[in-house]
Design a protein around this ligand. Structure first.
Ligand code: NAD
Length: 417
């Protein structure tokens, strides 16, 4: 596993592109004698591997990108999770990010009651910067990535994620039928962020009801890190709910100024993550990147609740959830409350209905009240309680196709052997 820390994605690409451009690793007992598995040898020792059913890669010379698909669990159905277009410094960073995100998707789909498993995919450029990818270049990247996804036979279903757009998803769709978040005009569901923000806001309301005995956020103070699609929509909900103060930070000044202009008396800008985390407030809402809470930043926190949309907010989920609990800070698990994005995608597969989304937003409120009440009565943290719920739900196999995902993974692996 150590060799991944010393290996850049470009090294990995060049070592494999000519000799074994396609590779995979399946299950926990892997034979590394097979050249198609050799490039990933040692990955099964990573703590984040955690019983993944399959990991596939392609070193795609035509686009100059590494493609990865991580399939954590298909018990409940096809592995679903977004496609991240992102550059990584080392292969360890890339593999660890993909493995952690795909596992979180298994948990998220399970607690959301979807008949989907968990997966994630990564497109990592090796000889250009993402900002330099022209629209023409993106077409080549996402069309080739679409062929890679087609070769997995539906064991994994792609979706929009960091640095990807509904138009990119439509390019993937030109090569296979295993993709969601396509544009509305093509029968898709479009941007799920307003619903994700509403789901997170409902979880804040549920927490205020259970712990503060109030039906809105009046008199409370909230900090939001990240004012993108979700964070800015969340800011609107929060401001309309009577907060006394809203503290915000973002890497983009214009986004902070935009939110401040909505309520100049209430909104205050903080210039860095550290400044925001040190700010005394009731609720801290991480809505930027992952791993915002780590060994260093946990000491800065000066809030009573952490309730936000970002995926994988805790660098080490068990350790940091336990530390937050000890500090008396209530943490609502990200996978439990930011599920509206994936629910939107699942809805799309069966023909998108806004009324279903509205019902699901109400359900997040009810589920959060139940999670908080039950975890409190059992003396557990909400994270521990949610993990128990996710574990139980993940054991329930798909009612029609219980082993389909594993069979499809085997098919894709045998074609590469
Ligand atoms: P986005 O890219 O639209 O917005 C992210 C914002 O965070 C940007 O404004 C960016 O400038 C800011 N940012 C990045 N790093 C920062 C930092 N270190 N400090 C301060 N600001 C920073 O993304 P989004 O769609 O709003 O998603 C936000 C988070 O929620 C992500 O972690 C995403 O994975 C997660 N999420 C989103 C959805 C959804 O429906 N969009 C669903 C589930 C989870």
């Amino acid at each position: 596993m150590q060799h991944f820390a010393a290996l850049t994605p470009a090294d990995f690409f060049h070592q494999n592109a000519k000799t074994r451009p396609e590779g995979f690793l399946c299950g926990n007992t892997v034979s590394i004698s097979n050249p198609a598995q050799g490039a990933l040898a040692g990955m099964e020792q990573m703590p984040d591997y955690d019983q993944h059913e399959g990991v596939f890669y392609r070193a795609d010379e035509a686009s100059g990108c590494l493609f990865f698909a991580f399939i954590h669990n298909t018990n409940r159905g096809q592995a679903q999770g977004g496609t991240r277009f992102f550059s990584y410094d080392t292969m360890l960073d890339l593999l660890s990010d993909g493995l952690r995100l795909s596992k979180a998707m298994s948990e998220k789909c399970a607690v959301a009651g979807l008949w989907w498993g968990g997966g994630k995919s990564i497109i990592c450029p090796v000889n250009f910067a993402i900002k330099d990818a022209t629209p023409e270049k993106r077409k080549v990247i996402f069309a080739n990535f679409g062929k890679f996804i087609a070769s997995l036979h539906g064991s994994y279903v792609a979706a929009e994620d960091m640095n990807t757009t509904p138009e990119d998803m439509q390019t993937i769709l030109s090569q296979n039928r295993f993709v969601t978040c396509i544009p509305k005009h093509a029968g898709g569901s479009g941007n799920p962020s307003p619903f994700t923000a509403e789901g997170v806001f409902k979880s804040m309301l549920a927490t205020a009801a259970v712990y503060e005995g109030q039906s809105d956020l009046s008199g409370m103070s909230v900090s939001i890190q990240g004012l993108g699609n979700v964070g800015s929509a969340l800011a609107r909900f929060v401001l309309n709910s009577g907060v006394s103060k809203l503290y915000v930070t973002d890497l983009m000044l214009e986004r902070m100024e935009m939110v401040k202009s909505w309520a100049p008396e209430v909104v205050e800008i903080r210039s860095s993550k550290e400044e925001l985390l040190r700010q005394s407030c009731d609720i801290f809402a991480p809505c930027a990147g992952g791993k915002v809470i780590d060994d260093e930043s946990i000491a800065w926190l000066n809030c009573r609740y952490v309730i936000g949309a970002a995926n994988n907010q805790l660098e080490r989920p068990e350790k940091h959830a336990a530390q937050l609990h000890e500090k008396g800070i209530l943490y609502l698990p990200d996978f439990f409350i930011n599920r509206m994005g994936i629910i939107n995608c699942a809805n799309e597969q069966y023909g998108w209905l806004e009324s279903t989304l509205q019902e699901e937003v109400v359900k997040i409120y009810e589920d959060t009240v139940n999670l908080l009440t039950e975890s409190r009565s059992r003396g557990l943290s909400p994270q521990e309680m949610a993990m128990i719920q996710a574990g139980e739900a993940m054991k329930k196999a798909h009612p029609i196709w219980p082993n389909r995902g594993k069979q499809l993974i085997q098919k894709a692996a045998s074609e590469r052997s």
